[in-house]
Design a protein around this ligand. Structure first.
Ligand code: FHN
Length: 482
């Protein structure tokens, strides 16, 4: 069993981050009688149902902030522009750590204004923000006492993370901490453990990491979530016990805190889902720059999940040249948000602020666009879930209680939106979110035509269906994967 599993999840080359992001994590549930006993497997079966988890789920829309030293070169090193992800520039340009960390001398974001950032997030309608406390480069946005590579030792000096946490919280926005376990600045980090010396060094590294995490949890106790990254190396997979320990440690320190599946590896190095197929951590976090397949992966509605996306093809940190890859339009970004919610997940849209503390114009415009849509139609996003109805080509369904929302991205020339309902379900009324009713005609058993609004809204729009269901109709339908 051990050998097969290790083969299946063989080490993925570090430079193929694209491939890594796309890596499929098996979640085939073993029949109960074939389950093996694990010390570091899932702590729980099924979704977490407490209030903090419900809040995480209800938030639905979040923003990611990737901000670190990589924002200074913005994808360019010694006159060469590298098209890969800007936050990996140190690796693309093979810059030694000591040279890279010299960038700290230039870290002085004079335009940074935490209150402005928080206002921008508020206006965008995000309910939470995930901040890179420390990315792979090892530079900390908080004054950690366990390393010299922190904001305290830059010309800026002040605790950037503290400023952000306060400003976002003041706007009623939850703060989540991104934390990269892999740390290129630390001499004790190991990609694999092959010798006794590796093992000793890596244990020191794990203690250092524990200390940093305890420091974060103590200094910023309002943090709602830890989102771990950089956990794919063999060294971590061989120390599954440590990932289970970190989850427990943080949950003991911060009751209610949520933890992503990416942290975890089980006794056999199996990640995200343990060797029995059970999700580890509180929500699946493997959907990066992609969404679950609407047909094949509908089983994702059985656990919580969160996807995250970049606006260009694959740039998280600030890159000065966005013309090197396709940049999604604001409507495409919005569509992915809606798509995620329609499959019962959260979506986090990434921002890579400039080194001066301002955002690039495209990101400001994106935030405004999403925000003005959310103001009108956010009702179909927040606290909404998978509806369990057959997807139709005009767009997506989301659901909150007895309300089913039709989010229309493709308005048909027929002006009729086909709605197929599960057996035992009736559409009683259809209306725009401003209350204006739209006509519904029953065209066949379990099938309706809902008229599009007479006036062209000029943007994706929402029709709210009021429905009546025979007892158990929804549940039966949800079990049937379509
Ligand atoms: O390598 C990182 C990458 O830079 C970025 O932070 C993303 C965000 O999900 N995570 C890693 C790749 O999976």
């Amino acid at each position: 069993m051990k050998t097969t599993l290790l083969k299946t999840f063989a080490f993925v080359s570090l430079v193929s981050i694209g491939g890594m992001a796309q890596a499929q994590h098996l979640h085939k549930l073993l029949p109960a009688e074939q389950e093996i006993s694990l010390d570091y497997g899932a702590d729980r079966l099924g979704k977490r149902q407490d209030a903090a988890m419900q809040k995480f789920r209800d938030n639905r829309l979040g923003a990611f902030i990737h901000w670190g030293l990589y924002a200074i070169p913005g994808g360019e090193w010694n006159g060469k522009v590298y098209p890969g992800a800007a936050e990996w520039l140190k690796s693309w340009a093979k810059v030694p750590s000591n040279e890279w960390l010299e960038l700290m001398k230039e870290w002085n974001p004079t335009k940074f204004d935490a209150k402005k950032w928080a206002k921008m997030a508020k206006e965008m309608g995000v309910r939470y923000v995930k901040i890179t406390t420390k990315h792979h480069e090892g530079f900390c946005l908080w004054p950690s006492k366990y390393t010299e590579y922190t904001v305290a030792n830059t010309p800026y000096k002040k605790d950037l993370l503290g400023e952000m946490v306060k400003a976002y919280n003041d706007e009623g926005i939850d703060v989540h901490f991104y934390f990269s376990v892999m740390d290129w600045s630390h001499p004790d980090y190991r990609y694999d453990i092959k010798t006794e010396e590796d093992s000793i060094a890596f244990n020191r590294f794990l203690t250092f990491t524990d200390n940093q995490l305890k420091e974060l949890a103590t200094k910023y106790p309002t943090v709602k979530d830890f989102w771990f990254d950089g956990t794919w190396d063999a060294s971590i997979k061989k120390n599954g016990w440590w990932t289970a320990h970190v989850e427990r440690m943080l949950k003991d320190m911060l009751p209610g805190v949520t933890i992503n599946s990416r942290l975890r590896a089980d006794d056999y190095g199996k990640r995200h889902f343990d060797s029995n197929g059970h999700l580890m951590g509180d929500y699946e976090s493997g959907y990066e720059r992609r969404l679950p397949d609407p047909v094949k992966d509908l089983k994702v509605t059985r656990w919580d999940w969160e996807a995250c996306m970049t606006v260009p093809e694959n740039q998280w940190g600030y890159h000065k040249d966005w013309s090197i890859s396709y940049v999604k339009t604001p409507t495409e970004v919005l569509e992915r948000v809606v798509h995620a919610v329609s499959m019962g997940g959260n979506m986090v849209v990434n921002f890579g602020p400039q080194a001066d503390g301002d955002f690039r114009m495209e990101e400001k415009e994106l935030a405004k666009f999403v925000g003005s849509w959310m103001k009108k139609y956010g009702e179909c996003i927040y606290a909404c879930d998978y509806a369990g109805w057959d997807k139709q080509p005009w767009g997506y369904y989301t659901r909150k209680g007895e309300a089913v929302y039709m989010v229309v991205f493709n308005r048909p020339y027929s002006e009729h939106l086909t709605v197929k309902v599960p057996k035992g379900t009736q559409v009683v009324k259809a209306a725009l979110l401003n209350g204006k009713e739209v006509e519904v005609v029953e065209t066949a058993r379990n099938e309706y035509n809902v008229n599009t609004p007479v006036q062209e809204p000029g943007e994706p729009f929402v029709i709210k269906l009021q429905i009546k269901e025979a007892a158990g109709a929804a549940d039966k339908y949800r079990d049937a994967l379509t």
